[in-house]
Write a protein that binds this ligand. Sequence first.
Ligand code: 3PG
Length: 306
Amino acid sequence: MKVLVATEKPFSKVAVDGIQKIVEGAGYTFAKLEKYASPAELLAAVADADALIVRSDKVTKEVVDAAKNLKIVVRAGAGYDNLDLAACSERGIVAMNTPGQNSNAVAELALCMMVYISRNQFTPGTGSELKGKTLGIQAYGNVGRLVAALAKGFGMKIMAFDPFVPAEKMVAEGVEVAKDLNELYSKSNFVSLHIPATEQTKGSIGAALLKEMPKGGCLVNTARKEVINEAELMQVLGEREDLKYITDVAPANYAELKEKFGNRVFATPKKMGAETAEANINAGLAAANQIVDFFTTGNKRFQVNK
Ligand code: 3PG
């Protein structure tokens, strides 16, 4: 049985060593493909893999077709929009994610981004504080919940909108529940996005919501770039000189945004929300353990292509 770790953006060494130990400890063969430069390298590497661990690597139908022995693919992380689930299901391949394992790293980055943009990206001049501001959390899942907890430490007021989480749960955790997105955006100085990229959410954050934000409002995106309507973002930032956008996933029009709006916008050079040794260890080892568990006991708890 061969388990391949295919990561264009590699895990930390300590995480890779841990994955190898789990895989070999179970009697399987460990293989890795890191920093690959083209999809062709991935196609070649998956040819004889029985199990595959990836990060944001695209597991397309072509990859699935090339992986003749593949039985399970685990996205070591939360969002699995990089997996072609239909192609996996067609072949009877189980697709999983590792929910919650890298959430703390992403949540810390979201708070860090709020401080960074409030202090004018560490350029001289008067900034502002998070204390007393309202943070609107769009989707109260693993990351959103941690962002709320951290933001409370900064003295922020927390509001959230999530139609999939019972209101009582949010209220019990000291979070005010927004009745809809309009209320969330209109009452929040910061809105932090924690929604997945799906057919429903792609392009869903645009002018209508951004225009609702109070003066000086800031949108924080540690989720996916696809959820933003980038043309409308550009338009609204042009119309509202007070609004700001900070993101862990650079928009396609970032160079133009930066040129036009300077310190009101910032994007990390490469997605770094889960780029901590701790997150790598948590998600990578969970992926390896889920694979071993699947092969030995048939456990499919984290399957996402049911
Ligand atoms: C996730 O969905 O778990 C995060 O976006 C992390 O993605 P990465 O593993 O590519 O850093």
